[in-house]
Ligand binder design. Structure first.
Ligand code: FMN
Length: 331
């Protein structure tokens, strides 16, 4: 059952197209993510058995509990993809109703579903028909474009359709990532929802997560860009819980240790070249606050081998600097 993990103490790793692959999910789990969501996966691509789509579903026993996020505007496609994936052993699913990338919305999928709530509910209901109760969530934005907002009765309607949890990123789809997440609107949505709601949006540090939980009454939080910047956000989230002397909070590993672990997981679980290219963008982000490492970051963006990466990480470590710091944290 996923429900005990839709809770304040159980932060989720958000779906992150191009980033929440198996190695990154495993890394975040080791650092305290309670649940992880795959990158969005095309239901149609799965039915055509596209190799590239299938690769997004690479998983392993430690990668659990896992939520597979699907996108499509066709209930029949979603139904058939869900049946096939359930047959392959996947348990939990999410319907993407928030992606505003042109390629997706021009097919009527992602955030385009927000324009037609009846159709959106029909898509979610098709997934529930395929999977049964307790297994389907829906991830929403505030609305397609201002001032249109998802009606507050959408949550009850999705509950009636058999959906089990919701996630809201409270920006309009047309905003992309501009402006700020409207956490007051999230609070109103939470108040009207019979389903547990996960909060998303502008949760760049664990302190943001704890603040938004308190402000909105959301059941839990989902870290996205905050996890990309520093996956130790999950450990920090736990560290902000009231501690007793018998249960000290988890220790935060130094950033270079996190990088080495991410690299090791990539080498174990991912296509070698592809994974190295991903490290070119991930590692400079992890080191962004390290004083004096600009030249190292430039080299990282062009890194050509795992050995070279290891040398650069050794050099970063030798800079003798403190681990990344959350806002407000002192060295
Ligand atoms: C690089 C990137 C990829 C994303 N991919 C997805 C996706 O595949 N599916 C989805 O529902 N949301 C996706 N999102 C949205 C995030 O899951 C999250 O809702 C959003 O970033 C707001 O949270 P944040 O402001 O704390 O980053 C993506 C966001 C980013 C930055």
């Amino acid at each position: 059952m996923l429900h005990p993990l839709i809770a304040p103490h159980a932060p989720w790793l958000a779906p992150l197209a191009g980033f929440s692959d198996l190695p990154f999910r495993l890394l975040c789990r080791e650092l305290g993510a309670a649940v992880a969501v795959t990158e969005m996966v095309s239901a149609k691509g799965l039915l055509y058995d596209s190799r590239n789509t299938r690769r997004l579903l690479d998983t392993c026993p430690a990668d659990s509990p896992l939520v597979v996020q699907l996108f499509s505007s066709e209930p029949d496609c979603l139904y058939r993809a869900a049946v096939a994936l359930a047959g392959d052993g996947f348990t939990y699913f999410d319907l993407n109703c928030g992606c505003s990338v042109r390629k997706v919305i021009k097919t009527g999928a992602g955030a385009a579903l927000l324009d037609d709530p009846d159709w959106l509910v029909g898509c979610a209901a098709a997934m529930v028909r395929a999977l049964g109760p307790g297994r389907v969530g829906v991830k929403l934005r505030l609305g397609p474009r201002p001032p249109a907002r998802v009606d507050l009765d959408l949550a009850p309607r999705l509950a009636d359709a058999g959906v089990s949890w919701l996630t809201l990123h409270p920006r309009h789809a047309s905003q992309g990532f501009s402006g700020t997440a409207n956490h007051d609107a999230l609070a109103a949505f939470v108040a009207a929802s019979p389903l547990p709601v996960l909060a998303s949006g502008d949760l760049m540090a664990a302190e943001d997560g704890r603040r938004v939980l308190a402000h909105t009454g959301a059941a839990g939080v989902m870290y996205a860009r905050g996890a990309l910047a520093d996956p130790r956000i999950f450990a920090r989230h736990a560290a902000l819980l009231p501690q007793t002397p018998e249960t000290p909070g988890p220790a935060l590993p130094p950033v270079c240790e996190v990088i080495r672990r991410h690299a090791a997981l990539c080498r174990e679980y991912a296509d070698d070249r592809q994974a190295l290219l991903r490290m070119r963008t991930a590692v400079p982000r992890y080191l962004r606050d390290l004083p004096g490492c600009r030249a190292l970051r430039d080299r990282l963006c062009r890194v050509e081998s795992w050995d070279e990466l290891a040398h650069i990480v050794d050099e970063a470590e030798a800079l003798g600097t403190a681990p990344l710091q959350a806002p407000g944290e002192t060295a």
